[in-house]
Ligand binder design. Structure first.
Ligand code: HEM
Length: 80
């Protein structure tokens, strides 16, 4: 099954504090377009453990986000 934003990625973000806090910083984690556009920057934060600031994601969550991000990139460049 391909990784999808609505089924796999959106549920990783908590309504509070992830989504509401980050909306205050101009990043809407509940928006597919926002998360896709800023996926590399988001992944960097997840990977270095700086975000979420209260509790870094475990390795398997980071790996799932990375897989989704790679799939987005491949689609963008029309590679299958
Ligand atoms: C583009 C990537 C991101 C940037 C640049 C960013 C930046 C920030 C900044 C500047 C803050 C203010 C507090 C601080 O300096 O630590 C913050 C808070 C926070 N961010 Fe992010 N963030 C990003 C992604 C994320 C993601 C992906 C999550 C969740 C998975 C997240 C969850 C949070 C939470 C929970 C807080 C703390 C809110 C509070 O308790 O006041 N952020 N972020």
């Amino acid at each position: 099954m391909p990784v999808s934003y609505s089924n796999d990625i959106r549920p990783l973000f908590r309504d509070s504090p992830d989504i509401d806090a980050m909306q205050g910083y101009g990043l809407d984690l509940s928006s597919y377009e926002d998360v896709k556009t800023r996926a590399s920057e988001i992944y960097a934060c997840l990977k270095d453990g700086s975000m979420p600031c209260d509790e870094p994601w475990p390795q398997e969550r980071r790996a799932l986000f990375r897989r989704w991000r790679m799939a987005c990139l491949l689609r963008e460049f029309n590679v299958s």
